[in-house]
Ligand binder design. Structure first.
Ligand SMILES: [Zn+2]
Length: 447
């Protein structure tokens, strides 16, 4: 089997020592990393290897996005006004768009969202729990060659798109597990919309379904203070305390957001080893209060497993892990008026190795280490932001650069992006998808 050497001026491993190698390469055989070392040395030990990357590149592990809607928002991208409140943005715009989605819309939407993700270096995308037609999204995931997770729309509210009884919602989740049973790169997860849009019976049995199937569950909770208000009215308790008392929380749970948590709720998260996906751009765009109420730094200090996420294309908008990491680090540093509290390396970890821990995949991905899956990103350094080259490439990557610098992306050893373009859906097939999605935007957004 052919061995590929992906070379760069800097190879950022994100291993336990956070080693950065200079003039180095990552050797790939099939889907795995078989060596990481000095480039010349690897050329000697693998004389027949194919050489990729380039001598000036920055190589990183594939980025992990812990919370991304692959449908709905994408087809009305940046169309939701930014001067309305988040409830109106979600229930006046996003949810109605989902309700009008056909199976084809789910496919178009997921292709475009994953195209942006992959072209910006995201190799693993955790779908956020609003997929109406999972088979269509799976088709897009397989076509684009991404790694990720898939669920199905889950809520048992009175009305709304894809609303169902507890047993209907659970059956849909089981169907996703059946669909993804034999897919190497896509894991079936249990996904609920969350907030206060799930009965106690639904969230309890969905959490158990994830446990029984040795998989994970994710749902939205407390991005704004609204969930606290409604849980207090309904249960007399704060949301995460209520979920703790129901026995829902655990290491198989990834809470999306968890911005407005009190001390007791943080204790519940810590004690149960529950993980959190944090999407800072969404809270800023939707004005949900992370600067006033966010407690993610306290959770990190107490060892909570955490991943950064990009959310959706009308809340966060850019599917760009580098912009995201820089923003989050900045918010945390500013809150404490202390630059030592989160470094660029720490921020990068929240899209790589720490994110892998948060989603239970750190045995496979999240760092460049021998034996792990060959998910890696080649950042080109021809742009003006790389003149001159720092000897601290992580500082330059996080604070000065963006996902737009990505040239090539590998998932499980396969180049799925080359020279900034997908290798998977190309040419007129891709431009036809873009044109079709553009037409659907006019219909879906009513404009
Ligand atoms: Zn979301």
């Amino acid at each position: 089997m052919t061995i590929i050497l992906v070379r760069g001026q800097h190879v950022i491993t994100m291993n336990a020592q956070r080693e950065v190698l200079t003039d180095a390469a990552v050797a790939i055989e099939n889907d795995r990393i078989i060596a990481i070392d000095n480039f010349e040395k690897l050329c000697v030990s693998h004389p027949d290897a194919v050489i990729e990357g380039n001598p000036r590149a920055v190589i990183t592990p594939g980025m992990i996005n812990g919370h991304q809607h692959l449908t709905g928002d994408r087809l009305i991208r940046s169309m939701i006004p930014d001067t309305i409140d988040s409830q109106e943005a979600i229930f006046g715009w996003a949810v109605p768009t989902h309700s009008k989605h056909t199976e084809r819309d789910d496919y178009l939407s997921a292709v475009l969202a994953l195209n942006e993700a992959l072209c910006h270096g995201i190799t693993t995308t955790v779908e956020a729990g609003t997929v109406g037609h999972p088979a269509s999204v799976l088709k897009a995931q397989l076509a684009m060659g991404t790694r990720g997770t898939l669920g199905s729309w889950g809520w048992d509210v009175e009305d709304g798109p894809f609303a169902g009884t507890v047993s209907e919602v659970l059956d849909r989740q089981r169907e996703v597990m059946r669909l993804t049973k034999d897919t190497a790169l896509i894991d079936g997860w249990v996904t609920l919309v969350g907030h206060d849009l799930m009965s106690d019976e639904l969230v309890t049995s969905a959490s158990q379904l994830a446990r029984d199937n040795n998989t994970r569950i994710t749902f939205h909770i407390s991005p704004s203070s609204g969930d606290t208000t409604s849980y207090l009215a309904r249960t007399g308790k704060h949301p995460v305390r209520h979920l703790y008392d129901l026995g829902v929380l655990g290491s198989h749970v990834l809470l999306a957001h968890a911005v407005h948590l009190n001390d007791d709720e943080i204790d519940c998260v810590v004690e149960t080893d529950t993980a959190v996906a944090v999407c800072p751009w969404a809270y800023l765009r939707l004005a949900q209060g992370i600067t006033a109420a966010g407690r993610h730094d306290d959770m990190l200090k107490r060892g909570v497993r955490m991943s950064l996420g990009c959310d959706s294309e009308n809340a966060g908008d850019a599917v760009d892990p580098i912009r995201n990491a820089a923003l989050f680090a900045g918010l945390i540093r500013d809150r404490h008026m202390d630059p030592t509290i989160m470094s660029a390396v720490d921020a990068l970890a929240l899209h790589t190795i720490d994110a892998a821990r948060a989603i239970g995949m750190s045995d496979r991905i999240g760092s460049l280490e021998v034996g792990k899956q060959a998910d890696l990103v080649v950042f080109g350094t021809d742009g003006p932001e790389w003149l001159t080259r720092s000897t601290e490439p992580i500082l330059q990557l996080i604070w000065a650069s963006s996902g737009s610098a990505v040239d090539d992306v590998y998932v499980a050893g396969k180049a799925v992006v080359r020279a900034k373009k997908s290798t998977q859906i190309t040419g007129s097939t891709f431009t036809d998808i873009v044109a079709e999605a553009q037409e659907r935007m006019t219909f879906l957004a009513g404009r």
